[in-house]
Structures are given as C-alpha cells and as structure tokens.
Design a protein around this ligand. Structure first.
Ligand code: NAP
Length: 335
C-alpha cells in the first residue's frame, strides 16, 4: 500500500521532505502541496507529479490525502496539526509542534480525545545512528546511572534575522529533546549564562550562550550554543555515567595527511550532518502512518520541549534559574 501524503509549507525543509518522500523513502508518494506562496507550491509539486492546492486546509480535507506533513513556519503549525487530528489523518509536524504552550496543550488534548496517536514531531536527532548508539549503551546499564551530559551546538554563521531567543527556540530545542529521550527523563530547570560575544555576529545577538539544565532525576546538562563559530556545523555530546562515558561520534570522514598537516573535513550544515537521520525519521513515520501506529517523537515530546524552551528564554532574560512546570503526563503517552 502506498501512503498518499499532502505537504503544507514548501519552503526549504518542505521541499527537502518532498524530495525525500519521492526519492529516498519507500511506501509513500506526495500527492498535494500547499504554501502561502501559490507559485512556490506549484514549483514544489510539479516535479513529483503532485497537485498544488490553495491552502493547508484544502490539503487536510482532500480525500486523496491519507497523511499530512506540516513544514510551514512555526506559528502556523498548530492550526494544521489540529486540523489533521480532527480529520483523523496522521500528521508529521516539523519542530516546533507549536509556538505557544497553550497550543501544544490543545494538540495533546485533541490527540488524547481522538484516542490514538496521530502526531509525530520532527525531532530527527533520535534517528541519528550516533545518538542511537549512545542510547543503546546507556540503556544496557553497563555504565551505571547517567550523571552529566556535555553538549555543543555550533553553526558556522547565523542570518541577520536570528536573535538571542532563537538560540533556544530554533537551536537548543534539538538538545532539549534528545537529552530527554536519551535519559527518558524530563527537564525541570533551565539557566542561561552569557559572557563576551563574538565580533562575528549581528549586534542584537548574544552569541555564544551557555545553557544549564537539570532533569527530574538530578542529571546536569550543559549546552554551548554558538551559531557564528565560523568554522563549521559541529554537534557534540558526551554523557558521563557512574562507570564510564559515552561520546557521540563525529560524522565519518577520511583523515588526509598532506603538506605537513593532518586534516579532517568539518561539515557545514545540518542538512548533511543529519541527512541519514531525516531519511530514517520519514521511513519510520511512513511505516507508522500506514500501519496506524506512530512510534516517533510524540505531541507530548513537542509540548515538553516547548515548556522547557519557554523556561530557557525566561532564564536568558532573568539571569536566574527558571523552573519548568509540566502538566501530568497522560497515560496515553506512556514510555
Ligand atoms: P521556510 O523556508 O521559511 O519555509 C516555510 C514555508 O511555509 C514558506 O514557504 C512559507 O511561506 C510557508 N508558510 C508559512 N505559513 C504557511 C501557511 N499557513 N500555510 C502554508 N504555507 C505556509 O522555513 P523552513 O526553514 O523550511 O522551516 C520550516 C519549519 O521547519 C520550521 O518550523 C522550522 O523550525 C523547521 N525546521 C526544522 C529543521 C530540523 O532540523 N528538524 C530544520 C529546518 C527547519 P512564506 O515564506 O511566504 O511565509
């Protein structure tokens, strides 16, 4: 059986997901695309033989669409995720699930009321082979209990429009999710420490930022977000446990010895670094949507990350440790 997918939002990542579904993920085809820019929707739809529709609502209502991908900008996510739930159609929503805690709460409530999982959130790091190996080692129990996690998230350069809150909302959200997933634990507090900023940034941006999180079981997490590091896209993660440590491997790359130097390439962006993760994420979503059993990051994960992200932004402004207050996790989302 082929899953007929409708895509809402045909910008950078929407187009990448359309190509992914057409070329690299089996069991699905893109049949409809909508974007606020009708011409953009047409250009994205045409190469894969899909129809360009006028709006996200049209995509959701289309009887030929079995499942929906939401890849529009964040503030538009909630309306289409809620629309897909109301239509009983599985929906893959790029992060963030929604831009307000209240919208995330509404989505969780709507899904629980629907009685089955219909939402998967685009936290693709859970599908990265390196993070998966880290989790397998931790879950084996051989290293004892986790104590600390050290994370680094560096980008070569950020656009002028990138502001200080986005270090959390756009960037650190990936660590907030992957840390919760690695530890099967929730973040309970956040703090942001800032110091000297790089000269290679826009004047309104504090860069780098050091974020400190604590989980319910007492694990301490530190995260450096540095989005104008100049040299490349560099994701690091080291977990310290009672009996040893687990380090995220760097992407496979040859080492070149040449002219008295030893060199290894540093990737320049997330599309290359997490290409395999995006493909695996969509393969699992297509299989789950087809079988009626979604297994990837849930609406609860989207909600929990949104609440932790809000606390981190508050901490940036207050300079204090801010608490993360989650509502009770519905049994529906049992781990
Ligand atoms: P983008 O290039 O700006 O694309 C978003 C597209 O959605 C634009 O064409 C936009 O049109 C359109 N749009 C906005 N509101 C819409 C609506 N109500 N209905 C239909 N289309 C609408 O942004 P992007 O970089 O692709 O990001 C899209 C989403 O993916 C964001 O939520 C972002 O956080 C997420 N993302 C995730 C990752 C990841 O690592 N998982 C990486 C990148 C992006 P206009 O431009 O005309 O408004």
């Amino acid at each position: 059986m082929t899953l007929n997918v409708g895509v809402i939002g045909a910008g950078m990542i929407g187009q990448a997901h359309i190509r992914r579904l057409a070329e690299r993920v089996s069991g699905a085809r893109v049949v409809a695309v909508a974007d606020v820019d009708a011409e953009r929707a047409k250009q994205a739809a045409q190469p894969v033989g899909a129809r360009a529709l006028a709006s996200g609502e049209d995509v959701i209502a289309d009887p030929g669409v079995d499942a929906v991908v939401v890849a529009s900008w964040g503030p538009a996510h909630a309306q289409h995720v809620l629309g897909a739930i109301a239509a009983g159609k599985p929906v893959f929503c790029e992060k963030p699930l929604a831009t307000t805690e209240e919208d995330c709460r509404q989505i969780v409530a709507a899904e629980v009321a629907a009685g089955r999982r219909l939402v998967q959130v685009g936290f693709m790091r859970r599908y990265d082979p390196g993070y998966r190996q880290m989790k397998a080692v931790l879950d084996s129990g051989d290293l004892g209990a986790p104590l600390l996690i050290h994370c680094v998230h560096r980008n070569p350069a950020a656009a002028e429009s990138y502001h200080s809150e986005m270090a959390t909302q756009d960037t650190a959200v990936h660590e907030l999710d992957v840390v919760r997933w690695l530890l099967a634990d929730e973040i309970v507090s956040a703090q942001v420490v800032t110091g000297r900023s790089t000269a290679h940034r826009s004047p309104h941006l504090i860069d780098p930022q050091v974020m400190l999180f604590e989980t319910a079981s007492g694990v301490r997490v530190d995260l450096e977000v540095f989005v104008n590091c100049q040299y490349g896209y560099d994701i690091q993660c080291e977990l310290v446990a009672e009996l040893g440590t687990i380090r995220l491997p760097d992407p496979a790359a040859v080492t070149v010895r040449h002219r008295a130097r030893i060199a290894t390439e540093v990737l320049q962006g997330w599309p290359e670094r997490f290409a395999a993760a995006f493909d695996a994420e969509f393969a699992e979503w297509v299989a789950g949507a087809t079988a009626g059993r979604l297994t990837g990051p849930s609406a609860w994960d989207g909600y929990a990350v949104a609440v932790a992200s809000d606390a981190t932004v508050r901490a940036l402004h207050s300079g204090r440790i801010e608490q993360v207050h989650l509502s009770t996790r519905p049994a529906f989302y049992a781990r």
